[in-house]
Design a protein around this ligand. Sequence first.
Ligand code: SAH
Length: 254
Amino acid sequence: MDIPRIFNITESAHRIHNPFTPEKFATLGTALRLEPEDRVLDLGSGSGEMLCTWARDYGIVGTGVDMSQLFSEQAKRRAEALGVADRVEFIHGDAAGYVSSEKVSVAACVGATWIAGGVAGTIELLAQSLRTGGIILIGEPYWRQLPPTEDIAKGCLANTISDFLVLPELVASFGRLGYDVVEMVLANQDGWDRYEAAKWLTMRRWLEANPDDELAEEVQAKLTSEPARHAAYTREYLGWGVFALMPRRCLNQA
Ligand code: SAH
């Protein structure tokens, strides 16, 4: 079981597989007021940077589930490097339907909401692992500027404009699902460059090491087109953020 090989190639050198930087994850950890021994579940945990650094910096304990064998191995190595291998566990597997045996303080899906069919389904899945008073984290793209044409949406690698919402609508949509938005940390264009531009050097070096690979042509084509595509579309039109949610309380009416 694995994700398509092209992602394991282009993102093999990434510690963070989304437009967040280490500083943004630190800001988010502080914003959530994490306490030592808080349990954190992370579905689509990638190379484990969020859980490993939060274990080091805030003393959380965590479980990550990810379908990429390479990223899961990298996550385990990162945990050892940061001295938190006893606090975080990484499971290589499909996160679809994953519910933790013990309830958690923070249940997260940061940039992988397709695992449960979109934002609403992923919130529903995460809620099953959440303790009372816990926080759900959703990392999701939104339109920084609404694309004026469908071609521009495709340039951002969306299928259609309606794949994403503008920020006020995305924030309001959480309310309609019955959740208070209690915090948010947003990526910026520099963060997009870290995520996207880091793939280019990785691809270039991979091509030098693997000139005869069956994916070499595809990787070269990507390396040729991606910098201009990113500069024209993703960088300008797409935003990305992590939203912290708590189930809305039913207030007693006098
Ligand atoms: N949250 C991580 C990774 C985000 S990228 C970070 O912030 O760095 C999306 C991740 O979802 C990738 O690591 C990919 O391997 C993983 N993924 C994709 N489909 C999955 C599935 N069905 N179950 C678990 N992980 C999945």
